[in-house]
Ligand binder design. Sequence first.
Ligand code: ATP
Length: 333
Amino acid sequence: MIQIQHLNKTFGTGPTAVHALEDINLEIEAGEIFGIIGLSGAGKSTLVRCMNLLERPTTGSVLVDGKDLTKLRDKQLRQARQDISMIFQSFNLLMQRTALDNICFPLELIGTKRADAVKRARELLELVGLGNRADAYPAQLSGGQKQRVAIARALATNPKVLLCDEATSALDPTTTLSILALLKELNETLGVTVVVITHQMNVIEEVCHRVAILDHGVVAEEGTVAEIFSQPKTDIGRQLVYPNGVQIDRLPPSRVIRVAFNGGSSYEPLIASLAIDCGVKVNILGADTRNIEGKAFGTMLLGLPKEPEEAAKALRYIQSQPDITVEEVTGHA
Ligand SMILES: Nc1ncnc2c1ncn2[C@@H]1O[C@H](COP(=O)(O)OP(=O)(O)OP(=O)(O)O)[C@@H](O)[C@H]1O
């Protein structure tokens, strides 16, 4: 659906140039919810703006449905953009227009008859749960309601792709969840491909199927949400997945392992059975468990006994358990 190939974006020239994105390669499939996460300044907004050419890549291609947007002339590009809508952290509603007329706006731009536009806008207001607020102005709506109007407006032209740039970052946690649930529902019912840009791991966890982690303008790692959550492979991945991770250099000098639960139906009482079945005691240094799509994922950071034979025995026992993987930890845990 969206193929990003060898994309680079540099702002400015010479010694003050900022290389915001370097050799980005991503494939986002039709119908999926794809997350792009990274710390502030990682290049997330620049990347999402390159996806509809609001920002023109310095080099590289952006293919949507096989069409390279960077090769299109203005008129063709305007047409292609009708398939790619965007919502923002700050909603960007027109304050002088009612909710209904905000949604009619993109339809007016493409010459839709007023009666047809109003009909479509009313349908969309129903779809986003605001059927009774057609005549409200943005100032009379809550943040969550404003984002619902923005979503309805973004869907007015029946786009194939909805780009969400920090769409829930200005909302409280409960409203965030309700907007994410709406995005999920729209993805499932309309089949719209959703790209979610965020700095919050819980947003990714809540709605995304796959995720790419952006770090200093490069893709550090990508995979299914379950893969990234159970076994982040890079420092930045570990920082995002375990924000309260333990620095190993502050731990006692015994071997430390991370035990990842990879989607077994429940958490085995691993520590208790270690003690009972092999008489070995391990230290729990940290634990972070989650339930994703009904399956158990998560990790425990364990300090093995100092005595090498005991440590090896514990390790063998843990490795023999189903749906569990183990890695020895060095550096950021
Ligand atoms: N128009 C611009 N001119 C110059 N530099 C820019 C411009 N836009 C972005 N940058 C730089 O590009 C880098 C990436 O910025 P970007 O806004 O894409 O990051 P981000 O991950 O979205 O960060 P945040 O979460 O803080 O919005 C930063 O170093 C930023 O200063």
